[in-house]
Write a protein that binds this ligand. Structure first.
Ligand SMILES: *Cc1c(COP(=O)(O)O)cnc(C)c1O
Length: 364
C-alpha cells in the first residue's frame, strides 16, 4: 500500500470497542451467556415478516416509515401514551446512543450505577463524554442522594439491574427523578420479567425517559428493535440526532405485531419465570449464593466444600461448565460480581443440563 491510514479523532483513538458476549460457532452448546430468550418469537411477528417478503415484496424497494409510525402507534396503544412522545430505535442500544449524542459530550458526563450495563461508557467515549460511576451498595441498593449530586448530565438506571438482577421500586425511581437535576434514563431491557415497571413515570416526571427492547422478553434479538417513552418535548430533540431511517421495514412490522401479541408475551414470560425460580432453588440447594432476580438471568456465586467462593472459584466453575459445552458469563472486574456467574434462564431441558453440571461441579 502506498498511502497511510490517517489518525482518527483523538478521543476515538483513545477508546476501545464494546465486548459482546461470545456467540459460539457450531452446534451442541447450551448457550446461557447473553440473556437471549430461549423460545422462538411470536408467530404473529413471523407472519408479519412473511407477509412483507411474500405478498408485498416489492415494498422492500421503498424506504420504510422514517419514524417507525406503525410501531410507535402500537406502543402508544399498549402504554396509553402519546405516539408523538415515543421514539423507535434499532434495538434499545440505538436509543441509548441517540440519548447520549443529544445530552452528553465534553464537560457533560454520563452517569451510571456500578455495576450495570457496560455499553454506556463505550457510547459516552465515542462522544468525548466522561463517565461518573455511582457504586451499588453492599445491600444491592443505591443511594438516591449520591446519584442526585453525581454531576452527570444524563444518568442511566438499569432497572432491573444487569448483571445483578435486582430491581428498584418505581417509588424510589420517582424519588430519584425529583432529586436528580439531569435527564434520567430508566433502561427497562428486562422489565417484561419483573413485577413492576416505570413506564408511567415519563407522564408525571419531565426528566424521565424509559427505554424498552424487543431483544429479551419478545425473543427478537436478531431483529434489532426498541422504543423509548419520552416526556413531552424530548422526542422532538432526539429525532434530530437519530439515523434518518433507523428501523428497517421488517423490524417495524414484526415489532408491531409482537407488541400486539400480549398473550404470547405473558405465556413466555411465565415459562421463563418458572424456570428462574427452579434454577434459583436448585443452586441454593447446592450451597451456591443466588441474588433474587427480576430478569431472565440469575447471578449466582458457586462454592463447594472444597472450593470456597472467590474469583478463582468462579473461574474454575466457568471453565468446568465450558468443557461441558455450557456457556455462562463472568464479570471479573467488579467486587460484587467477581466470584459469580451470570446464568441466562433457558428452557426446562437447558436448566436440567445446567443444574446437573452445577451439581457435578459442587460434588467434585
Ligand atoms: C440487552 C440489553 C440492552 C440492549 O438491547 P438491544 O435492544 O438488543 O440493543 C440494553 N440494556 C440492557 C441493560 C441490556 O441488558
Amino acid at each position: 500500500m502506498s498511502s497511510v491510514l490517517p489518525e482518527p479523532n483523538p478521543h476515538i483513538a483513545a477508546m476501545a470497542a464494546y465486548t459482546p458476549g461470545e456467540q459460539p460457532q457450531g452446534g451442541g452448546w447450551v448457550k446461557l451467556n447473553t440473556n437471549e430468550n430461549p423460545y422462538p418469537p411470536s408467530p404473529e411477528a413471523l407472519a408479519a415478516i412473511r407477509a412483507v417478503v411474500a405478498e408485498e415484496g416489492a415494498r422492500l424497494r421503498l424506504y420504510p416509515s422514517p419514524d417507525s409510525s406503525p410501531l410507535r402507534e402500537a406502543a402508544a396503544a399498549l402504554h396509553a401514551f402519546p405516539a408523538a412522545d415515543i421514539l423507535a430505535g434499532n434495538g434499545s442500544d440505538d436509543l441509548l446512543n441517540i440519548l447520549i449524542r443529544a445530552y452528553a459530550g465534553p464537560g457533560r458526563p454520563i452517569g451510571m450505577l456500578d455495576p450495570s450495563y457496560s455499553l454506556y461508557p463505550v457510547l459516552a467515549a465515542a462522544q468525548g463524554a466522561g463517565v461518573v460511576k455511582v457504586p451499588i451498595q453492599a445491600d444491592l441498593s443505591f443511594d438516591v442522594a449520591a446519584v442526585a449530586r453525581c454531576g452527570a448530565a444524563i444518568f442511566f438506571l438499569t432497572n432491573p439491574n444487569a448483571p445483578l438482577g435486582v430491581s428498584f421500586p418505581p417509588a424510589k425511581v420517582a424519588e430519584l427523578a425529583r432529586a436528580f437535576p439531569g435527564l434520567l434514563v430508566v433502561d427497562e431491557a428486562y422489565a417484561a420479567f419483573a413485577d413492576a415497571d416505570c413506564a408511567g413515570l415519563p407522564k408525571t416526571h419531565a426528566n424521565v425517559v424509559v427505554t424498552r427492547t424487543f431483544s429479551k422478553g419478545h425473543a427478537l434479538a436478531g431483529l434489532r428493535a426498541g422504543y423509548a417513552l419520552c416526556p413531552p418535548g424530548l422526542a422532538a430533540i432526539l429525532h434530530r440526532v437519530r439515523d434518518s431511517y433507523n428501523l428497517d421495514r421488517l423490524a417495524q412490522v414484526a415489532a408491531s405485531a409482537a407488541l400486539a401479541d400480549v398473550a404470547w408475551l405473558s405465556a413466555t414470560v411465565g415459562k421463563v419465570r418458572a424456570e428462574r425460580t427452579r434454577l434459583t432453588r436448585g443452586l441454593e440447594a447446592l450451597g451456591w449464593t443466588v441474588v433474587p432476580s427480576s430478569g431472565n438471568f440469575v447471578l449466582a456465586t458457586p462454592s463447594s466444600p472444597r472450593r470456597p467462593a472467590s474469583p478463582a472459584t468462579g473461574e474454575h466453575a466457568f471453565a468446568f461448565l465450558r468443557e461441558r459445552k455450557i456457556l455462562v458469563r463472568r464479570f471479573p472486574n467488579h467486587p460484587l460480581t467477581a466470584a459469580a456467574l451470570r446464568i441466562t434462564v433457558g428452557t426446562p431441558a437447558e436448566m436440567d443440563a445446567f443444574l446437573a453440571a452445577a451439581q457435578a461441579w459442587s460434588e467434585g
